[in-house]
Design a binder for this molecule. Sequence first.
Ligand SMILES: N[C@@H](CCC(=O)N[C@@H](CS)C(=O)NCC(=O)O)C(=O)O
Length: 330
Amino acid sequence: MYRLHGALASPYSMKMRAVLRARRIPHVWVHGRQTHDAATARVKAPVIPVLEYPDGSFANDSTPLIHDLEARHPDRSIIPDDPGFAFLACLIEDFADEWLTKAMFGYRWLEEVDQLQMSRWLGFDAFKGGGRDRLEAFASAFRERQVGRMALVGCTRANFPLIEASTRRVLDALEAHVVNSHFLFGSRPSIAEFGLFGQLSQLGVDPTAQAMMRAEFPFTYRWLLHIDDTSGIEGTWDAADQPLQPVVVALLAEIGRVYGPFLLANAGAAAAGEPTFRIEVDGLGYVQGTFRYQLKCLADLKARHAALDADTRRRIEPLLESAGCLAFLG
Ligand SMILES: N[C@@H](CCC(=O)N[C@@H](CS)C(=O)NCC(=O)O)C(=O)O
């Protein structure tokens, strides 16, 4: 039995919980301040979710965890068996984890109504009782901490127009898709859906973002409840020669438009020893501190792309080219 240590307000925790459910991997869901501190003390970077393995070892970082579980458990894989679709699914997951998360963080901590509501719910989730005073004390301390970190993760008011425009394009594409099919690469969920679900699950709860989703993206809003538990889904992957869903083409175009330039600018700044970098997309500027973790993400994506066999590359490169993704994968 695995033990997944996470939090309801943690997008990566919701992602991992949905993955374990979908794959019918026996686990218990453990959340709350006490277990959080105990579990994060057992890993290098004190971030959640933390997965406790049946042998008592602990590990975190959702993407490597997902691939490790793929290696340990063959059934109900969430990686499409076609190497081309597998690469695209991993690219979309990384985009959600590293770019869409800025929408999640921005919608949560930019406006006071969300800061107040979410910090209180985070306190409620952390202590599960123990009185209002303790909850409020935690809430105001956590709110101050998170609001103070907004610039660090690029979620400033000045950056938000680009983050929001990008998020709306993603939601537009999903809204048009989920009425036809709940999945991107067939009739079963892939790592891409879980990456998107993780971040969007929070937009489905936080007051301002939830109101936007219910009003403008009502089916995507409902889709979140479906992806939260797909343990009952028995589906198949699309065949390699089947045309890609328009939603996949739209997501790749968004990756080429915003995420590629973001990763390249971050890598360029790191190489030049610059503390910050700036990109501009459709006239909207975005400034952020240089981030080491995203250097690893870019390197992983390049390595996955380079590892593709020649036939697969020939098949998906025209799509990557027209989406502008080869600019950062080459
Ligand atoms: N790359 C990690 C990111 C994990 C992460 O950032 N988790 C957040 C919660 S969603 C966290 O624990 N942040 C640390 C903190 O706020 O102290 C993953 O994919 O699991």
